[in-house]
Design a protein. Structure first.
Length: 465
């Protein structure tokens, strides 16, 4: 396949043309000869395709059938949202609710959900993704056999309805069909995303196989890198690449230190890096101690880095750890953080500028579906650190437009470790913007993307109206 993109801005200098053949860039210059398909760039910037370095593809796809709690601010609006959803579903149907936080209606239990949904099988997911709360009908439906370790029991040994970190167990008991991935591939292409790293600890051979097949069929045209909690083998056709081994930490059930070290040792035996989920200062402290004891390698990662005390920055640098952050949480949850977090900790939340200044590699990501999958929203949040309510959180962590864009311009296997550039010989994974780069980055928005090319194929072209 041949594609010629004319009249595009590539860095500084006059407009140029870019020729693509068989998935690679074969020419960059002025007035290149016409051949194959042609696309007029209309003076817009041509940049490398974006990479989301931490996403959950199946979770994002499942949102299509879920009841989202966006905008819910208290018990009455929470109840109204649930009631509206139940009215559209038959008695006994499963109802999946996502994005819950205690600020909406407190610590939910089985009895609370029974009052809301006495005739439906209701399950509510906490916005961290670590907890499901099920009502009695839902518990009865998945009951039978041995209870999973994550099922919480009260003082009398009865289930409270709270289920911690048991997504795979719950999915198997419900028997739900895998969600469709084609809409996700299309949406990510519209954002200019050409590669993703799925950070799900639950990814096994079956899940990886389904993602690989979605890539082969074109449903997920993005290049795929997959994490997993255990051993995983990459396919010979490169439908996905292996990412780090994921270690998932929870403050309420932190692993024994020796067990943590064994997980790192296992990853090394499989020839893989390690990525540790860290959303609290305690989890980060344990992770740093484990890497110090087991040894760290370039490419080992701290996922989220939600709370990074300043004293930990030098340790991150010394251990050569990369922080994969999600600035969009400042936008989407910042107002709640400002009300709930001690002000002395504001600057520790989702650090960016201070890490970059210290030399710590930093990469951008969405953590979708737990935040918006829109990378341009993440860039805008990194640039102004403002909540939806307009309040600023951690002004010292603001970064420039070029620095915000650079968070998404690394290779999936080298997050935070060198921007990609457009050059002859490289894979044609590209994002064409509607305007020059400095104009787009003055106010980053997803509608600034005109076209997305993956492996030389035009996967997205915005309307010309």
């Amino acid at each position: 396949m041949s594609l010629l993109i004319r009249n595009v801005e590539i860095g500084r200098g006059p407009l140029q043309d870019v020729r693509i053949e068989d998935g690679r860039i074969v020419g960059i210059g002025h007035d290149l000869a016409r051949a194959g398909q042609e696309l007029d760039g209309r003076c817009g910037a041509l940049i490398p395709g974006l990479c989301d370095h931490h996403i959950h593809l199946f979770g994002l796809a499942a949102l299509a059938d879920a009841v989202a709690l966006d905008g819910v601010s208290g018990p009455s609006s929470f109840q109204a949202r649930i009631s509206a959803a139940l009215a559209l579903r038959g008695v006994g149907a499963w109802v999946r609710v996502t994005g819950y936080h205690e600020a909406m209606a407190g610590d939910l239990s089985r009895e609370d959900l029974d009052r809301l949904a006495p005739r439906h099988r209701l399950r509510v997911q906490h916005q961290t993704g670590s907890l499901w709360i099920l009502n009695s009908l839902a518990l009865e439906s998945v009951g039978g056999g041995a209870s999973p370790p994550g099922l919480e029991l009260d003082g009398q040994g009865r289930p409270t309805g709270r289920l911690w970190r048991e997504d795979a167990w719950l999915r198997a008991r419900i028997g739900a069909e895998p969600p469709r991935l084609a809409p996700i591939g299309k949406m990510l292409s519209a954002y200019g995303i050409t590669s993703v790293t799925d950070a799900s600890v639950t990814t096994d051979a079956d899940a990886a196989g389904r993602l690989a097949q979605a890539h082969r069929t074109g449903d997920l045209p993005q290049r795929l890198t997959l994490m997993s909690g255990g051993e995983l083998t990459a396919p010979t056709d490169a439908a996905f690449s292996l990412g780090p081994v994921k270690v998932l930490l929870d403050d309420h059930a932190l692993p024994e230190f020796d067990d943590f070290l064994n997980r790192i040792t296992s990853a090394r035996s499989w020839g893989r890096n390690v990525a540790v989920h860290c959303v609290t200062a305690a989890e980060l402290a344990l992770s740093l101690a484990a890497f110090e004891a087991a040894g760290s390698l370039p490419g080992d990662r701290i996922e989220h880095g939600s709370v990074v005390p300043r004293a930990a920055i030098d340790q991150l640098l010394a251990l050569k750890l990369t922080v994969v952050t999600q600035s969009a949480f400042i936008r989407e949850r910042g107002d709640r953080y400002l009300n709930e977090v001690d002000p002395v900790d504001f600057d520790d939340l989702y650090r960016c500028a201070s890490l970059l200044a210290a030399g710590v590699p930093v990469a951008g990501s969405s953590d979708a579906p737990y935040a918006s999958p829109d990378p341009w929203l993440g860039m805008a949040a990194a640039m102004d650190r403002r909540s939806q309510g307009g309040r600023q959180l951690g002004a010292g962590e603001v970064v420039t437009g070029p620095a915000a864009l650079a968070l998404y311009l690394n290779e999936p296997g080298r997050p935070g470790r060198g921007d990609r550039i457009i050059r002859v010989g490289d894979a044609a994974d590209l994002c064409l913007l509607k305007r020059p780069l400095h104009e787009v980055m003055n106010a980053p928005r997803a509608d600034g993307v005109r076209a997305t090319i993956i492996d030389g194929r035009l996967e997205h072209l915005a309307g010309t109206a």
